[in-house]
Design a protein around this ligand. Structure first.
Ligand code: SF4
Ligand code: WCC
Ligand code: FE2
Length: 627
């Protein structure tokens, strides 16, 4: 068995990995060992299962007699790798965007008066978005405005538009470039469906052409699907404002009923939180011997509740199994995405109820509640009730809570950032021009058991802030930043002198939490705002992106929309494309010529920080600034 010290950098994780072994619980690391070595063809991206003349695999290597250079249909490695990558991106874009669609449906249900638990909590933002979408607001009732906003957002999913609505936010130079390349995102579902079509046998058999459509598909995610999810959730649940909270497994309390929300869409978790705050439920919890009810987050729905409601964060992706191993979790309630099906088995080792809520994400062995906007409030009460009832079954002898929670600061929506700056970007732009802050890097994404848990996430963030590069964090990186002490103003002591002074002046941490994975749309928008303020393209800015420990299709889609938007993007490990030199070269070099940014892959966080730093230097010089 692996040495636990090599599996995670965190004490809370290591304690629970030891307990998991003692309790006979299998984890992702155990299964990774069983799966290693992985299929080499699949790793290189050179397997194709797109038709039943195959499956085919490509290898021109001597060990296969140099004979496997084409599939039955004649597709070579370049075509197969590009097709696989295209479908990978389509999967990720579909995830974020279908989440966005569910949020539109929730707002529509509010408009139609059939969503009793929901309301428009940020009417000012609704009106701002409406104005951007060309919806009339003057003298109109909020619900009328919302009805038209719902229509405009739905239209971004179809085939009737030449460009998605929020293209209006993109700097003019970038829009022209996309137009020239014919990769302007038209409709979310259209780009995804077209990717499926192109990758059917006998269609798009030119790797660079397939890669371009992958970029278009990802752009539809970033500038429509994800952006709609973010913006409409702010309308429904409030635009995040800076606030304090806590993180790590210590947020799970020995003496309270503990409910973990996991997944992505706050349309479910917000209702759970509401029900858990109901005095009647808290009374019931007390009757059962608890002191109250704790709702804590995992993965992105945790980020959503953290940003808006300040609820604590129990852990990121690789902590999801380990959180249950504390033995102190009554209920894990999930919606969709990034939820390991193994959680059903882990929960089964304890008194934990595993509850799924989405018709499109059922887990064999789970307790199912069919949430929709009409019944969410009632169903959430049942879920909380179930947690309260389960508390009496908790076995105190099997409970171990391995840490004291650490403080974190959250809530940095673009609106909040602007407000902190006194209403204008100018102070920030001045700081960049003066070199106090040399640039920005969005560090985002997941955990992957192939990499020591959070070592690269934390290593990269620490190295960047030391170079006076401010970090914008989203997704599972957030919890890593929090546990490392980078999400509090005091964390500025880890930063270089410039960033330290700016953080001190504004009372902010060196790493700002901007939200969940769909909230990477906030980072896109911020880049666009800065580029527009300077009258340049996004690719001219001293910015970068990184996903040091990514694992998911969604993370790849985020990476690709960042690159296609002009943002140089580091990945800690490569996608399964290395079986095609052509595709690999496009990703690492060719895209730079085409869209003004490319990917870079490096598994050493210090070296990655140097690469991002070099990029920022180059872009600062391009703007006539001191490097
Ligand atoms: Fe093989 Fe071509 Fe069919 Fe793919 S599409 S499985 S390469 S025959
Ligand atoms: Ni977003 Fe990555 Fe977490 Fe899932 S929740 S694991 S895509 S960062
Ligand atoms: Fe395989």
């Amino acid at each position: 068995k692996r040495d636990i010290n090599d599996m995670s950098i965190w004490d809370d994780a290591k304690s629970m990995l030891a307990k998991a072994r003692a309790d006979g619980v299998e984890t992702a690391w155990d299964r990774l060992d069983q799966q290693t070595p992985h299929c080499r063809f699949c790793e290189l991206g050179t397997t194709c299962r797109n038709c039943v003349m195959g499956p085919c695999r490509i290898s021109a290597k001597a060990e296969h007699g140099g004979k496997l250079s084409r599939g039955v249909c004649g597709a070579d490695a370049d075509v197969i790798v590009a097709r696989n990558f295209g479908r990978f991106i389509a999967g990720g874009s579909a995830g974020h965007s279908d989440h966005g669609r569910d949020v539109i449906e929730a707002l529509e249900a509010v408009v139609e008066g059939r969503a009793p638990g929901y309301q428009i909590r940020d009417e000012a933002k609704l009106r701002r978005i409406a104005a951007e979408l060309g919806v009339a607001t003057e003298g109109r009732d909020a619900l009328d405005v919302a009805a038209d906003v719902v229509d405009a957002c739905y239209s971004d999913f179809g085939s009737r538009r030449k460009a998605v609505n929020f293209l209006s936010r993109v700097p003019a130079k970038r829009r022209e470039l996309w137009e020239k390349l014919d990769i302007t995102p038209r409709g979310v579902d259209r780009e995804i469906a077209e990717m499926m079509h192109r990758t059917h046998m006998g269609c798009d058999n030119d790797a660079p052409n397939t890669m371009l459509h992958a970029a278009r598909c990802a752009l539809a995610d970033g500038w429509a699907g994800s952006m709609i999810a973010t913006e409409l959730c702010d309308v429904l649940f409030g635009t995040p404002k800076p606030k304090m909270s806590t993180a790590n497994l210590g947020v799970i309390k020995k003496d309270t009923v503990n409910i973990l929300v996991h997944g992505h869409n706050p349309v479910v978790s917000e209702m759970i939180l509401d029900a858990a705050r109901d005095p009647e439920m808290i009374e019931l919890a007390k009757k059962n011997g608890a002191t109250g009810i704790t709702v804590a987050g995992l993965c992105c729905t945790g980020n959503e509740l953290l940003m808006r409601q300040g609820i604590p964060m129990a852990g990121n992706h690789l902590m999801t199994e380990l959180a249950i191993v504390t033995g102190a979790v009554e209920v894990v309630v999930v919606d969709y995405q990034c939820i390991m099906p193994s959680l059903v088995q882990v929960a089964g080792c304890y008194h934990t109820r595993f509850i799924d809520t989405a018709a499109k994400a059922r887990f064999t062995g789970a307790i199912h509640f069919n949430f929709h906007p009409e019944n969410a409030r009632e169903e959430a009460r049942k879920v909380v009730r179930m947690a309260v009832d389960a508390f009496v079954e908790r076995d105190p002898k099997r409970v171990e809570i391995p840490a004291e929670p650490v403080s974190i600061m959250t809530g940095f929506s673009n609106e909040a950032i602007l407000e902190a700056l006194g209403g204008s970007l100018d102070p920030l732009l001045d700081a960049v021009k003066a070199g106090t802050v040399r640039g920005f890097v969005g560090v985002v994404g997941c955990n992957n058991p192939k990499i020591k848990h959070d070592s690269a996430n934390v290593g990269l963030m620490k190295a960047l802030v030391k170079k006076d590069i401010m970090v914008l964090a989203t997704g599972c990186v957030t919890t890593a930043a929090g546990k490392a002490g980078l999400l509090v103003p005091e964390g500025a002591s880890m930063a270089g002198p410039g960033l330290q002074s700016l953080c001190g002046a504004l009372g902010i941490p060196p790493v700002l939490h901007l939200g969940s994975c769909v909230d990477n749309a906030r980072i896109l928008q911020l880049c666009a705002l800065i580029a527009n303020a300077l009258g340049v393209d996004i690719s001219d800015l001293p910015v970068g992106a990184s996903s040091p420990e990514w694992y998911s299709e969604k993370a790849a889609a985020i990476g690709l929309y960042a690159v296609a938007s002009g943002i140089y993007t580091h990945l800690g490990l490569p996608p399964n494309i290395l079986g095609s030199e052509k595709v690999t070269d496009i990703a690492l070099n060719g895209l730079e010529q085409i869209v003004g940014a490319s990917f870079v892959v490096n598994d050493d966080p210090e070296k990655a920080a140097d690469l991002l730093d070099a990029r920022i230097r180059q872009k600062r010089q391009g703007l006539g600034l001191q490097p």
